[in-house]
Design a protein around this ligand. Structure first.
Ligand SMILES: [Zn+2]
Length: 382
């Protein structure tokens, strides 16, 4: 089996041969530039923050294993081949249920490789309006190692990322324990002071979650927790580039300050992604999906997740930050794989690796990716 196309990353037309679900050879076939009609080949996108998609809500009280499987399959159609299902702040019972259901879905051999770990976002975050974002205040609580360990037991060790606020009581000790146990610690939904961010980094935090969001509507110009995190080279940072969470000039500035090699795209999609505009219940909350694909707490300006797929984030990154398609893909492939320590397995196309790739057409003038296929282990999943 073989495919021909423009290989993103190599910036060349290539022929790729596969055998037994593994890339066997990659051969350059001609010198020429990328044209509108050409088929492009890239690694499947990796989304380390997905709360739901296409109507499947991982944080609902009655979430089922089948919902997780269907969500993963819906993501395949959009070019996202790998994801971290994300469990957000709720009661211990509700969060445990979501973790248990996602862990059960991991036993399904058809989707198993596509789930690269569970992301737990909260509940050890700031209770303040703004930093808390759309997380329900009644379930925000202090860091609790025992509670986390119970979740990790339920997850059979598959919780790979925890997002927390370093200023919460006991957070720094928790970060040390999480790092020792191999969990990536991300700073997010925080109102931390300079020293608290430095302490979190010292304790082992390596990421910022959706930097620039989950923040106060107004903060002093400097110093503040956004500059402090942007300036910290120890921290990768994820960004929601849906056109609503961050204005284009902020995306461009933040990418440049953080450096493309430390920037990661996430969708932060909620289950409304892919549904009709309107008013919906999301957990205990009243949510509105607007006609221009923004998701807000009903009657407020607070965003409650996004309604995009990650490919839209890649398109917007090219447009907003004036970077190349090749650079934008790295933000959603190489970088997220690296932050999880999986860059020796996924995130780039190389001889000897599993035949995981997407094919698509790139409309350079309209900034549009049209996904043609999503292939995992040499099998088309689209
Ligand atoms: Zn969030």
């Amino acid at each position: 089996m073989h495919i021909n196309g423009w290989l993103v990353g190599l910036k060349q037309h290539v022929e790729i041969e596969m055998a037994d679900g593994v890339f066997s050879t990659i051969t350059k076939v001609k010198e020429s530039s990328l044209n509108h009609q050409d088929v492009c080949i890239a690694p499947p996108l990796i989304d380390i923050q997905v709360n739901g998609f296409a109507g499947y809500d991982l944080n609902s009280d009655d979430v089922k294993t089948a919902d997780v499987c269907q969500m993963v399959k819906s993501l395949w159609k959009t070019g996202t081949g790998f994801c971290c299902p994300t469990v957000v702040t709720g009661s211990n019972q509700r969060m445990s249920k979501s973790i248990q259901v996602i862990t059960a879905a991991l036993k399904d051999p058809t989707i198993n490789r596509s789930i690269i770990g569970i992301h737990v976002e909260g509940p050890y975050i700031s209770p303040q309006d703004g930093p808390r974002g759309a997380h329900p205040k009644e379930h925000v609580r202090q860091p609790n190692w025992d509670e986390f360990q119970r979740w990790q037991d339920i997850a059979e060790g598959q919780i790979k990322i925890l997002t927390l606020a370093p200023e919460t009581e006991g957070a720094i000790t928790l970060i040390e324990k999480l790092r020792e146990s191999g969990v990536v610690v991300a700073i997010g939904h925080t109102g931390a002071e300079h020293q608290q961010i430095q302490d979190a980094i010292q304790a082992g935090a390596t990421m910022s979650t959706h930097l620039g969001n989950g923040a106060h509507a107004q903060i002093r110009r400097h110093p503040n927790y956004i500059w402090d995190q942007l300036a910290a080279d120890e921290l990768h940072a994820s960004f929601i580039v849906d056109g609503h969470h961050l204005p284009p000039s902020v995306v461009k500035s933040m990418f440049r300050a953080k450096g493309l090699e430390r920037a990661i795209l996430v969708s932060d999609a909620v289950h409304l992604a892919g549904l009709e505009p309107g008013r919906y219940q999301f957990g205990s909350q009243d949510i509105e999906l607007t006609s221009n694909q923004s998701v807000r707490l009903y009657g407020t300006d607070y965003l409650a997740g996004s309604a995009i797929e990650l490919a839209r984030g890649v398109e917007n990154s090219v447009k907003f930050a004036e970077i190349s398609l090749d650079q934008a893909f790295r933000l959603a492939t190489v970088q997220p794989a690296g932050v999880l320590g999986l860059d020796n397995q996924i995130g780039s196309i190389q001889v000897g690796r599993n035949a995981d790739y997407i094919t698509f057409q790139w409309d350079k003038l309209g900034y549009k990716i049209k996904v043609l296929s999503t292939v995992i282990d040499g099998q088309n999943r689209n």
